[in-house]
Design a protein. Structure first.
Length: 65
């Protein structure tokens, strides 16, 4: 009699979501730090947020292919 191995959950989507979320948070925090270092009014923070969103869209596009 053959024993079937237990089904394991697929964590690939969770991994991708974590990578995307981490990238957005890191880019926003880097922008926040640069705004405080150079005394600018949230220019780098917003740029980091936009770059993070663009990166997440790129990763989503790659995942759909």
């Amino acid at each position: 009699m053959s024993v079937k191995p237990p089904d394991r959950p697929d964590y690939s989507l969770l991994s991708k979501a974590t990578n995307i979320g981490t990238a957005i948070v890191v880019l926003v925090l880097l922008g926040y730090w640069m705004d405080h270092k150079f005394h600018t009014p949230d220019i780098f923070t917003l740029s980091g947020a936009v770059l993070g969103i663009v990166y997440s869209l790129y990763e989503a596009w790659k995942g759909l292919k």
